[in-house]
Design a binder for this molecule. Structure first.
Ligand code: ZN
Length: 134
């Protein structure tokens, strides 16, 4: 297990990515995830990545986050081996999840969010790589 990525809420993807480019990092694909009303860019960083998140609508969770707290660290994503089994285990223990179901996100990876109320105030994303060869 390792940290898959850190999600950072930004007002402008263009402005945010230029800092990382100035630091000599390569900003990978940008893509829009309609279901989360967000446009994102991935910045590889060793075995992890920084995920820059820009809202695509005022109702986006990212827009509401920035309205309340300003730009900043939005979530920490940990890669797990068997997400379905992990979610079952957490549910049995009464861990609060943001959604009941596992979702499919950027690049086909699977993810679910653990509510900050159950994770020491941190929005924790659990994710699993898409099945190989599909
Ligand atoms: Zn994420």
């Amino acid at each position: 297990m390792n940290i898959d990525h850190l999600g950072v809420a930004v007002k402008s993807l263009a402005a945010a990515r230029s800092l990382y480019e100035d630091l000599g990092m390569k900003v990978l694909h940008e893509e829009t995830v309609e279901g989360e009303q967000v446009r994102l860019a991935m910045v590889p960083l060793g075995e992890s990545r920084i995920e820059l998140l820009e809202a695509t609508s005022p109702e986006s969770p990212i827009a509401r986050f920035i309205q309340k707290r300003g730009e900043g660290l939005h979530h920490v994503a940990v890669r797990v081996r068997d997400l379905a089994a992990t979610v079952e285990r957490l549910k049995k223990k009464g861990t609060r999840l943001v959604s009941d179901d596992i979702k499919v996100g950027a690049g086909g990876h699977l993810y679910v969010f653990v509510h900050p109320a159950s994770a020491g105030g941190v929005l924790l994303e659990l994710c699993e790589d898409p099945p190989q060869g599909v």
